[in-house]
Design a protein around this ligand. Structure first.
Ligand SMILES: Cc1ncc(COP(=O)(O)O)c(C=O)c1O
Length: 414
């Protein structure tokens, strides 16, 4: 068998094992090059066809609809290939540097950090690669020295603080933060895009508020990377965390932690390795997590490349265009109330809605339960249930899939 063919077959075998695909399907998909991207000018002449053709990039089955990429996104084939190819080559131990992630920074990690730092508009030395936003959040929460009596202002998710649903203005939200600050507040910890409803918080304004009062800001941007444009320096936050496996479509198990340069030595590591106080490593000190999977990080670099090849602005625009379609359809139902997307600035690709007549928190019957059941019957993945439903749209989402959801919505409300 020619070498290239043998390599392709190996990749197909690993894909079958890692992704749980039947071998025949893995061979069909992976024993050849990735499907090419649609021609760029197709986007200008026939955008609908461009997006329809692009769908070939994902393994997402034709009879499954994922409107919950807020939990985890769909990873394109080119990214899966990069990850699997690395898995195979690393096992040959031909690469001179340490072929795994979790200790010293090798060339691949350096390239990834440079690409991510440029994407997030920060310095490489302020950026650590970790395994998800949870790990990054813990690095900050457990790593900051607070004295007895110091307060952290936590939130703000709609289920904890009675924010207006939906809010009318950004100022309304900032005012809620301002009122919650006490003389003991040392740090404000909040999501850029809230988990429960997908509301985009006015991060820049809240960080400016924090700065004016000498309060640190820790922003959980798990959902933001890949869903909306990000410029961390412009946002003015002190700590920022992300999970690229949601909207940036990277392999699962990738995260980033941004630490403002001046604060790099303020945080203790809470996973200690030999380098725990090697401050010369700057933010990379927080990537010394012990042996971890470099192949998913190679996949993260490939995801960033894929994202750039399509074009970030084009992606954000499509995500929001489809979400607006969902918002408008939901808003037209007198039985429903949109809880985040009152204005364009409050939502990216997530739209949440509740019954117009609210039901008690935690209910599993009544409300939107029948809508959730209609979605399940049609293999449509959504987030939420009786009390509230959250719909996510991405570039792999097809208009016909939204129509299927709208049918489920109508059926569940009848
Ligand atoms: C705001 C927010 N932070 C953190 C997480 C946790 O993400 P991960 O499981 O990737 O660590 C989520 C998951 O949905 C989230 O919505």
């Amino acid at each position: 068998m020619p070498l290239r063919r043998r390599e392709f077959m190996q990749r197909a075998a690993v894909a079958a094992a890692v992704l749980g695909l039947p071998l025949a399907r893995a061979e069909r998909l992976f024993a050849q090059d990735a499907p090419p991207l649609p021609p760029r000018d197709l986007y200008s002449t026939d955008p609908d066809r461009y997006w329809a053709e692009l769908r070939r990039q994902w393994l997402l089955a034709a009879d499954r609809i994922n409107l919950n990429c807020g939990s985890v996104g769909c990873t394109p084939q080119a990214v899966l290939r990069a990850m699997i190819d690395h898995l195979l080559s690393a096992e040959e131990f031909r690469e001179a540097p340490y072929p795994w992630f979790g200790y010293e920074e090798n060339t691949r990690l350096r390239e990834l950090r440079d690409a991510l730092a440029a994407f997030l508009r920060v310095k490489r030395d302020e950026l650590a690669i970790v395994r998800n936003a949870t790990e990054a959040n813990n690095a900050v929460c457990n790593g900051l020295d607070l004295k007895s009596g110091d307060e952290a202002l936590l939130g703000i998710a709609l289920n904890y603080v009675p924010l207006p649903k939906p809010p009318a203005t950004k100022e309304q939200i900032v005012e809620l933060f301002a009122r919650a600050i006490t003389p003991r507040t040392r740090i404000m910890v909040f999501s850029h895009i809230t988990t429960v409803t997908g509301l985009i918080l006015p991060v820049k304004e809240i960080c400016a508020l924090g700065r004016s009062r000498g309060i640190l800001t820790h922003v959980d941007g798990a959902h933001a990377i890949g869903q909306i444009p990000l410029d961390l320096r412009d946002l003015g936050c002190d700590f920022y965390t992300t999970s690229p496996h949601k909207w940036l479509m990277s392999p699962k198990g990738t995260g980033t932690l941004y630490i403002r340069e001046e604060l790099l030595e303020r945080l203790w590591v809470n996973i200690a390795s030999g380098e725990w106080r090697n401050y010369a490593m700057k933010a990379y000190r927080f990537s010394n997590l012990g042996t971890s999977n470099l192949s998913v990080m190679v996949g993260l670099k490939a995801a960033l490349d894929f994202f750039q090849a399509i074009g970030p602005e084009r992606i954000y625009g499509r995500i929001h265009q489809l979400a607006t379609r969902v918002r408008d359809r939901v808003a037209a139902h007198p039985q429903l109330r949109v809880v985040n997307a009152s204005k364009g600035e409050f939502f990216g690709g997530l739209v949440s809605f509740e019954p117009a007549t609210p039901i008690p928190p935690g209910s599993t019957t009544g409300g939107l339960q029948r809508v959730a059941e209609e979605c399940a019957a049609r293999n449509i993945r959504i987030a939420g249930g009786a009390e509230r439903i959250r719909i996510a749209t991405h570039i792999f989402t097809q208009p016909t899939e939204l129509e299927a959801f709208f049918d489920a919505l109508d059926a569940g409300l009848r």
